[in-house]
Design a protein around this ligand. Structure first.
Ligand SMILES: Nc1nc2[nH]cc(C(=O)O)c2c(=O)[nH]1
Ligand code: SF4
Ligand SMILES: [Mg+2]
Length: 226
C-alpha cells in the first residue's frame, strides 16, 4: 500500500468545531500548496520551517498507532491532506472500527471515505463547490473586519451544513474589532453561524504528547516570504 509523508501524529482532543473536546488521534500529513500568510502549521510546507526528518508511513502503520489509543475519532489534517490519496488510510482506520474525520481547505477533490469533513476555505486557493456541499461543518478564519461578509458572499449558495464556525485568526485572537465582528454577525444572522475558537491552544493540549511538534505560526507576517 502507498506510503504517505507524515509531519506528525499524536494523541490529544479535538480543539475545534462540533466535535470539540472529543479524544482524537491526529495524523498531520506533510505538504500544502495553499500557502496562507497566517498558517499555523507552516512546518508542513514553508521552506524555512520544514523539518529534516519527515517520514513516509504506511496506512497500516498509521492505523495501528491510532487504534492503540482507542480515540473517539482520528483527525486527518495537514498541511493539506486532500493532495494525497487517503483511500487506503481511511480503509485501514475503518477496518479497526475508528471514526475518520478530515480537515481540509476544500480546494482539492477528496479521495477516501470520511465520517466527518471540516472545510476551512482559503482565498489563496478557493474551495470546490462539491466540497462545500459535502462539508459537515465549515470553518471561516476571520482575519479582517470584513472576512465574514466576503466569505458569505463567496460561498453561501453552496452551504448545506448548519454549522458555519467563525474563528478569529489566532494571531489576532485578542483584537477587539475581529472579535466584535464575529459576535455581531452571529447575533444578526443566527444559524448556521457560530462563533468558534481553537480551545486546544489555550490548554496547550497537543504538546503533552511528545510526538507532536510545536506549531509554527506565520501570523500574517508577509516578510516570512511564503
Ligand atoms: N487539538 C487540536 N485540534 C485541532 N483541530 C483542528 C486542528 C488542525 O490543526 O487542523 C487541530 C490541532 O492541531 N489540534
Ligand atoms: S492554513 Fe492550512 S491551507 Fe493554509 S497554508 Fe496552512 S496548512 Fe495550508
Ligand atoms: Mg492546528
Amino acid at each position: 500500500m502507498k506510503q504517505l509523508p507524515i509531519h506528525e501524529s499524536f494523541f490529544t482532543w479535538q480543539g475545534e468545531g462540533v466535535h470539540m473536546g472529543r479524544s482524537a488521534f491526529f495524523i498531520r500529513t506533510f505538504g500544502c500548496p495553499v500557502k496562507c500568510p497566517w498558517c499555523d502549521s507552516a512546518g508542513t510546507w514553508h521552506p524555512d520551517y520544514i523539518p529534516k526528518d519527515i517520514e513516509r508511513q504506511s496506512p497500516i502503520e498509521l492505523a495501528e498507532m491510532s487504534v492503540k489509543h482507542n480515540p473517539d475519532c482520528v483527525v486527518i489534517t495537514g498541511g493539506e491532506p486532500a493532495i494525497h490519496d487517503l483511500t487506503s488510510l481511511t480503509t485501514a482506520l475503518h477496518e479497526r472500527g475508528l471514526k475518520v474525520h478530515l480537515e481540509t481547505s476544500g480546494a482539492f477533490p477528496l479521495q477516501g471515505d470520511f465520517d466527518w469533513v471540516t472545510v476551512s476555505p482559503k482565498w489563496q486557493k478557493m474551495p470546490l463547490e462539491e466540497n462545500l456541499r459535502r462539508a459537515d461543518e465549515i470553518k471561516i478564519i476571520v482575519e479582517s473586519d470584513n472576512s465574514i461578509d466576503r466569505w458569505n458572499q463567496a460561498i453561501h449558495k453552496f452551504i448545506t451544513t448548519t454549522h458555519v464556525w467563525l474563528h478569529p485568526e489566532w494571531s489576532q485572537r485578542d483584537d477587539p474589532s475581529i472579535l466584535r465582528s464575529i459576535t455581531e454577525w452571529a447575533k444578526a444572522h443566527g444559524s448556521p453561524f457560530r462563533p468558534g475558537y481553537q480551545l486546544h491552544k489555550l490548554y496547550h493540549a497537543d504538546l503533552l504528547d511528545s510526538r507532536s511538534r510545536s506549531n509554527v505560526p506565520l501570523g500574517g507576517n508577509q516578510k516570512l516570504g511564503f
